[in-house]
Ligand binder design. Structure first.
Ligand SMILES: [Zn+2]
Length: 1021
């Protein structure tokens, strides 16, 4: 047979665009539009203010005036309120819509202008975006009461002129990430505002054609179904005549109906479709805009749930629910009703979708505990899955933390973004660095914002790696990043894909229903169950460990201050009866957790977001210092120790030591009896000798503390990516502006000032007498754009792996490049230390604020380079400009426990002036190594103590906990989960103080800890 069908799909695209879609709405008449652009600072006002129902303090009253169609309304970041009046003839049959075009682009839902519709009494109707630009006034799906008895209506639209920042092409440098940019901005224009009839028949035809045309395009030409679909589409287009569109649509649909009725194959893959809107808590918009985005997206989701009883919608992030509760209480009440019915599903159980590698262990714990407590308190429900579809890698501790917080499942899709290797599974057991397993699923459609197309569904089936043992996957659908969520067209396509030949079977269900079944299916696979061990390293976005260095520094500082503040406040409360500042601490924690969101802490947001974040961080650091002062005063009264308080477990006492001897000659020699350092006239360290072992650290001909600068021009994703080509050509910064010997107390060192470009770098290199630490403080006035600054620490140690600290332990990464996966880890995450060793000699580098490093074997040596600064131009054209202070220290001879102790000491805030009191708790380690990481009061206000302990070196440890006398001789201890609840006996998680449920006097409690095991101990005084 001749092939007449080769251009059918091209014909379909054009007919649909030009002859079918324009018939969906038929204009009945215009509306009267008035507008008021928010005055004063241009920041949003409350709806009640804009509607004249109440007055926001200090705000100009709204003044609406006539607004002509086609006029420009939106300067960047401004808000315009439209008041729209119209009338629908009572005789006109429905459905009838109000259709608006605020100036949409045909892309970037949630990435440019958006609107939210209100009734005159302030009730939210729905959100508006490019793919959802109509409101039903009359007929099926109309909100009751929009029309009065005469058919007249009055509606308000809050229109947000959010600039398109990730335009086409993407990553173009723009100044519009801040308000008031002088760069030209083409304002949005109100292009359409009219009343129109809506044709359900034409709408249905569009959806039929999308589904069948999409399927035809995906099916192979070898399959008969491909040809049958093309023929039917061809015939449907033949009978469709726009002159009589409605009737023609009916005829065309009759031709397509038998093809839509053909059921799926018996062994078809099964997909659980979950409505969703990935909502970045801040990104290419400020935090305040996310609050409004939530109202738009959630009101749309609710409208869809009301219209289609089969759908299920999932939303993450307790912070987002909390914003809705605070700013849109009526919407929140509607959400609550849908949650009760199980159709609006809170997922994830975290405060926000945080970065998965940078926050410290306690922060990840608090993400889960603040998140879960919120969901339990508001909805009586506890999410059982971790939901992190978009974070940039996942630490190997998350399985343990998720399970110890009472979660069973883990979801992401981000690893599909790998630039080098393909991850081997989609449904598998993820085993953390401690051996804990969690059922994990990567949606094989490889997106968190599917649109329910044949292409996505077929891709999911084709890509799904675990077909031999599993038949089931999850599809989160709905516009995302900037919100938007599912649309009625997606819902219509879902219905058609439920049971369709050539496609997987698609069902709307909750994520929990999916996880239950998928986990059971995996268990059925017996010995074939796939297990993936260790961290989920993302082979992309490696620059997020360094971008916007101030975020990292502030986050680390806040975590350290919180550790001190919670310990000291607990001590003041237990020992002196002082009130525990719970509300302050809760508020500070929630702020810190919010800023750990996966575009703020990683440094990938616009300038506006990072400017506000720096101000917020500074304010909470001040509050934490104040809390520490108050606790110190309660503890010590007048007896404050001016020499510096020592409050275990926070400070490692500095042993008395001889002063550093300084010899100047050919370079400067520093010697304290433990280390001897030679710093040349060029300011580079040419020798670092460990006098205890006699080992020289600096390889022959190499220089330690060498500053290297790289041209940092990523292929894509500027603030996100450090590409491998960047690291190929280091330029050593040699220029010395000044050099001098420095002294302080018993310590001595050399200060070197260097220049590069228009930046100045001051390195103060100290030998800290008696500590075994060679320490560097680095102050950079950074003015470079698109440059990466690193400091190199070459070590004469033939290591083949390095230990990078992560939450509650370390991850051991290869230093070789033998395999593609090893090579792809060319820049990786560390927390406070990196440690390498050969034989029995180790070396650790600890830091106070950095997270990115590369480490490679080099002959019989190893080179570790810490990443100090970048200067990405997108999305913040001036990222990292300004002054930065950071510190690192090299510890020759350090094993992991020594690195851990130095890491704590190096990151403990200055507590000088605080009183010296006996420690509240002390860990007596009997074998192995373990540490008290955190002490706080129990979250329930009972006055119980909570002590978090973990094993630090990946072995086993036994220990005894000792409490101060003031806790009382009758103090009882038991082990809890992270939410401080009694551990159930039915879990397979190892316990430290077994058996589960046992309570024992503290004096008799022995801890048995497995590798990297985290134990939460609760003590009732
Ligand atoms: Zn995201």
């Amino acid at each position: 047979m001749h092939n007449h069908l080769s251009r059918t799909l091209e014909r379909l695209a054009r007919v649909k665009r030009e002859r079918i879609l324009p018939r969906m709405h038929t204009r009945l008449g215009g509306v009267e539009v008035e507008a008021w652009t928010v005055a004063d600072d241009g920041e949003p006002v409350s709806a009640r203010h804009a509607l004249g129902l109440a007055r926001d303090t200090g705000r100009t009253a709204p003044g609406y005036s006539h607004f002509p169609l086609g006029a420009a309304w939106g300067k960047a970041w401004s808000t315009t309120w439209f008041r729209i009046r119209g009338k629908v003839s009572p005789q006109q049959p429905g459905p009838i819509d109000l259709v608006l075009d605020l100036g949409w682009f045909d892309h970037s839902v949630g990435g440019h202008c958006e609107g939210l519709i209100f009734t005159p009494d302030g009730a939210i109707v729905k959100g508006l975006h490019p793919r959802q630009s109509d409101v039903r006034l009359k007929g099926d799906g109309a909100v009751p009461g929009l029309l009065d008895a005469d058919g007249a209506f009055l509606l308000y639209v809050e229109a947000a002129a959010n600039p398109l920042l990730l335009g086409l092409p993407p990553f173009v440098v723009t100044e519009h990430g801040e308000k008031g940019a002088e760069e030209p901005f083409e304002q949005f224009r109100l292009r359409r505002a009219e009343i129109a009839t809506f044709s359900p028949e034409i709408h249905a035809l569009c959806n039929d054609l999308d589904v069948l045309g999409g399927l035809a395009a995906e099916l192979s030409a070898d399959e008969p179904r491909h040809w049958r679909l093309l023929r039917a589409i061809e015939e449907a287009l033949d009978v469709y005549d726009e002159a009589d569109a409605e009737a023609a649509a009916r005829r065309a649909r009759a031709i397509l109906a038998p093809l839509l009725a053909a059921p799926a194959h018996a062994s078809a893959h099964r997909i659980t479709a979950v409505g969703h809107a990935h909502m970045d808590t801040a990104w290419l918009w400020p935090l305040r805009e996310t609050v409004r985005k939530l109202a738009r997206t959630v009101s749309n989701a609710l409208a869809l749930l009301d219209a289609d009883p089969a759908l299920v919608y999932a939303m993450s992030s307790a912070q987002h629910f909390s914003w809705l509760e605070e700013h849109y209480p009526e919407l929140f009440a509607r959400v609550r009703r849908h949650v009760e019915q199980g159709r609006f599903v809170p997922v994830g159980g975290m405060w926000v979708e945080a970065d998965g590698v940078i926050p410290t262990g306690e922060s990840m714990v608090r993400q889960l505990t603040y998140g879960k407590r919120y969901f339990i308190s508001r909805f009586g429900r506890e999410p059982r899955e971790m939901w992190l579809p978009d974070s940039f890698g996942y630490s190997g501790v998350l399985p343990q933390l998720a399970r110890r917080a009472g979660s069973r499942w883990f979801l992401t899709q981000k690893i599909s973004w790998n630039d080098t290797t393909v991850f081997p599974h989609h449904s598998f057991w993820w085993e953390g660095i401690d051996g804990t397993r969690i059922f994990t699923h990567f949606p094989p459609a490889e997106t968190y914002a599917a649109e329910v197309t044949a292409r996505e569904l077929r891709h999911a089936v084709a890509t799904f790696k675990d077909k031999a043992i599993a038949s089931h996957s999850l599809l989160p659908y709905g516009y995302g990043d900037g919100g938007g969520g599912p649309t009625r067209e997606m819902a219509e396509r879902l219905r058609r894909f439920a049971d369709l030949e050539g496609a997987p079977r698609v069902t709307s269900r909750s994520p929990a229903e999916f996880f239950e079944e998928a986990e059971a299916e995996l268990l059925d696979a017996g010995s074939l169950q796939p297990v993936y061990r260790g961290e989920l390293y993302l082979e992309l976005h490696r620059g997020t460990l360094t971008s916007q260095a101030a975020m990292k520094r502030h986050n680390r500082r806040c975590e350290s201050l919180l550790r001190a503040a919670e310990y000291l406040s607990t001590a003041a409360s237990v020992l002196r009866g002082a009130p525990y500042p719970r509300e302050d601490l809760d508020e500070i924690w929630r702020t810190v957790l919010l800023h750990q969101f996966h575009d703020i802490l990683p440094g990938t947001s616009i300038a506006w977001v990072h400017r506000e974040a720096r101000d917020t961080y500074r304010a909470i650091e001040e509050r934490l210092h104040e809390l520490i002062k108050v606790a110190g005063a309660a503890l010590g009264g007048e007896q404050a120790d001016p020499a510096g308080g020592v409050l275990p477990p926070f400070t490692v006492a500095k042993p008395p030591a001889a002063a550093v001897e300084v010899t100047d000659g050919d370079g400067t020699v520093l010697d304290d009896g433990l280390l001897r350092v030679v710093i040349g006239d060029d300011g580079h360290v040419t020798s670092l000798l460990d006098l205890r072992s006699g080992r020289e650290v600096v390889p022959p001909g190499r220089r330690l503390n060498e500053l290297q600068i790289f041209r940092d021009e990523p292929v894509r994703w500027d603030a996100w990516d450090v590409d491998r080509h960047v690291l190929r050509h280091p330029q050593v910064i040699d220029e010395v502006t000044s050099r001098r010997v420095i002294r302080g107390g018993r310590d001595a060192g050399v200060e070197v000032v260097r220049r590069v470009g228009t930046s100045t770098i001051t390195l103060s290199m100290w030998l800290r007498a008696g500590t075994g630490r060679f320490e560097t403080e680095c102050v950079v006035d950074w003015q470079e754009r698109e440059r990466l600054l690193k400091v190199a620490v070459p070590a004469r140690i033939m290591a083949r792996t390095a230990r990078f600290e992560t939450q509650y332990g370390y991850v051991e990464r290869p230093l070789l490049t033998n395999t593609a996966a090893e090579e792809a880890m060319f820049e990786a995450a560390m927390h406070r230390y990196v440690q390498v060793a050969d034989g029995d000699f180790g070396l650790a580098i600890v830091n106070d604020s950095m997270y990115g490093a590369d480490a490679r074997a080099d002959g019989d040596s190893t080179v570790v380079r810490l990443s100090l600064l970048r200067g990405a131009r997108f999305p913040d054209p001036r990222a990292d400009e300004g002054t930065h202070t950071s510190r690192w220290a090299v510890l020759p001879g350090a094993d992991v426990p020594a690195a851990v102790e130095a890491a704590y000491a190096f990151n403990t805030p200055d507590l000088a002036g605080l009183p010296q009191v006996a420690p509240l708790v002390r860990l007596e380690v009997l074998t192995g190594h373990a540490i008290v990481d955190w002490v706080k009061q129990a979250d329930d206000g009972s006055g119980d103590l909570v002590v978090r302990v973990y094993e630090t070196q990946g072995g086993r440890a036994t220990a005894r906990l000792h409490c101060s006398e003031e806790l009382g001789s009758g103090a009882v201890l038991w082990e809890t989960d992270l939410l401080e609840r009694e551990i159930g006996g039915d879990e397979d998680l190892p316990v430290a103080v077994g058996p589960p449920g046992s309570r024992r006097p503290v004096s008799e409690a022995r801890l048995d800890l497995g590798p990297f095991q985290v134990a939460t101990l609760r003590i009732a005084p």
